[in-house]
Ligand binder design. Structure first.
Ligand code: PEP
Ligand code: MN
Length: 334
């Protein structure tokens, strides 16, 4: 349920009303926006008399929310959420390019890639240390050492880092990681989501291979229900009957999620297509669709990459894509 307050509601009136709701066992989320102040109520609201609420001086309107996600719902929080990643903001008109290799392979590799993608305009560095691989015989990532190399690249370039977690027992290793990625395969690892909800670290939550947008938002809700509101959503392609591309990029996720939620939305054209030459047009399309960020895999030597070489751009190709994305952003935001 949401209660939209009148513009002249005083702090004291809002506090009194909040206490009244809390006494009834409801979780109260106050969203003070530019246009209106909204009180979102989570819990058993069936006991609340809507007519009585609507009769109060400070209430403009009351509405029951039918969607199962509450904290992630735009109705609860009409203004866009802006996630602050060590001073780099994403959402609410702030756009960021995330780039880096699928997996961290060596110190020199990650530092070299970090320096070149930074020069091309990337603001966040990605790189997998723990890799979710379909085959147990494939490279599984450098693990703790991979995170150390990422931290060295961060130290040298100043770029905040994004890396995937596969097990919440590893959380202490992520202490200095700026954005924790939850990969597609773990989107519905609810225990993991709950643990991440107890932290205040930004979480990049990737859509599962066969999950609906509602399910993605429910997973965001798990994190937010624990108190962590710093969730960034990522569409990375879903599995369809089409086999020409690795997955099918659901670009309509951008405008649809924009309506449903206030959280920032990132597109990953690399995993969505699996084909390096298709990344550029899809990155441009993502920018045109109004994504808040684009995450692209970049490798210094794609042919010899230990993971996802076929979809990885060279630093030069990335520079070209970054330039085109900037041009499209200028048109979209004009
Ligand atoms: C990745 O970003 O490296 C990754 C494994 O992505 P996804 O979880 O979307 O497959
Ligand atoms: Mn990858």
């Amino acid at each position: 349920m949401i209660a939209v307050l009148k513009p002249d509601a005083t702090r004291e009136q809002i506090d009194n009303l909040t206490t009244w709701f809390e006494k009834r066992g409801l979780n109260v989320q106050l969203s003070v926006g530019q246009l209106s102040t909204v009180i979102g109520l989570i819990g058993d609201t069936s006991q609340i008399d809507v007519d009585l609420l609507e009769g109060l001086d400070i209430i403009e309107s009351v509405k029951r929310i039918t969607e199962p996600y509450k904290s992630a719902n735009r109705k609860f929080h009409p203004d866009d959420t802006v996630v602050d990643i060590g001073g780099i903001k994403i959402g609410g008109g702030n756009f960021q390019l995330i780039a880096g290799p699928c997996s961290v392979e060596s110190k020199d590799q990650i530092i070299g890639i970090a320096q070149s993608v930074k020069q091309s305009g990337a603001t966040l560095l990605r790189g997998g240390a723990f890799k979710p691989r379909t085959s147990p015989y494939d490279f599984q990532g450098l693990k703790a050492e991979g995170i150390e190399f990422l931290l060295e690249a961060k130290e040298l370039t100043g770029m905040p880092i994004v890396t995937e977690i596969m097990n919440t027992n590893h959380l202490p290793m992520f202490e200095h990681v700026d954005v924790i990625q939850v990969g597609a395969r773990n989107m519905q690892n609810f225990e993991m989501l709950r643990e991440l909800g107890k932290t205040d670290k930004p979480v990049l939550l990737k859509r599962g291979l066969a999950n609906t947008l509602t399910e993605l938002l429910m997973s965001a809700e798990y994190i937010m229900a624990g108190g962590n509101k710093n969730v960034i959503l990522c569409e990375r392609g879903v599995r369809t009957f089409e086999t020409q591309t690795r997955n099918t990029l659901d670009l309509s996720a951008v405008p649809i999620l924009r309506e449903l939620t206030h959280l920032p939305i990132v597109i990953d054209p690399s995993h969505a297509t699996g084909i390096a030459r298709v990344v550029k047009p899809m990155a441009m399309a993502a920018a045109a669709a109004g994504a808040d960020g684009i995450m692209i895999e970049v490798h210094n030597d794609p042919v010899n990459a230990l993971c996802d070489g076929a979809q990885s751009l060279t630093p030069e190709q990335f520079e070209d894509v970054a330039g085109m994305v900037r041009k499209i952003r200028e048109v979209v935001t004009a």
